[in-house]
Design a protein around this ligand. Structure first.
Ligand SMILES: [Fe+2]
Ligand SMILES: [Fe+2]
Length: 152
C-alpha cells in the first residue's frame, strides 16, 4: 500500500515533467532567450513535486532500515539475511540518487531552464526505474516475512 502511494507520487511528478517537456518543445528555439511564464512556473512545480517525493522516499527507506530490516535479518534464516543485505545495498544506491536529484532540484530552482531541467529529468528517470525494480524485489521477497512477523 505504501509502495503504491509512492508510485502514484512518482507518476504525478512524471506527468508534470512531461508537461514541462511539451512546454519546452512548443516554445521552440526562441525559448532560449525568452522563457514563458508558464514554463517557468512548471519548472518550479516539477521541482517541488520532485523534492517532496525525494523526502518521502528517504523517510520510507529509513524506517525500513531502522525497523523492518533488522528484525527480519535477526529472526530470518540465511536466505532472508541475503535478501536484506541486497535490499540495504539498493537503499544506499537509491539514497545517492535522491541526493543527486535533490541537488538538481536546488539548481533548477535557482536557474530554471532547459539544461538544468534536462539534468534533473535524467536523474529522475534513473531513480524511477531503480525504485520500480527495488519495490518489486522487496515485495516479492518480504511480503511473507512481514506478514509472518507482524511487522506492518
Ligand atoms: Fe525498501
Ligand atoms: Fe519499501
Amino acid at each position: 500500500m505504501i509502495h503504491e502511494m509512492h508510485i502514484a507520487a512518482l507518476e504525478e511528478t512524471k506527468s508534470m515533467m512531461d508537461r514541462v517537456q511539451s512546454g519546452e518543445d512548443s516554445t521552440g528555439s526562441l525559448a532560449q532567450q525568452v522563457t514563458s511564464l508558464e514554463l517557468l512556473e512548471n519548472y518550479r512545480r516539477f521541482g517541488n513535486l520532485c523534492g517532496r517525493e525525494c523526502q518521502f522516499l528517504d523517510f520510507h527507506h529509513t524506517s525500513e532500515d531502522n525497523e523492518i530490516f533488522p528484525t527480519i535479518a535477526e529472526k530470518g534464516g540465511e536466505g532472508l539475511k541475503r535478501v536484506i543485505a541486497r535490499l540495504s545495498e539498493e537503499h544506499a544506491a537509491v539514497h545517492q540518487l535522491l541526493k543527486t536529484l535533490a541537488m538538481n532540484v536546488v539548481v533548477l530552482h535557482a536557474d530554471p531552464g532547459p539544461e538544468n531541467f534536462a539534468r534533473t529529468r535524467e536523474t529522475f528517470e534513473v531513480l524511477y526505474e531503480a525504485i520500480l525494480s527495488h519495490f518489486g524485489y522487496e515485495q516479492a521477497e518480504l511480503a511473507e516475512a512481514i506478514d509472518y512477523y507482524g511487522l506492518l
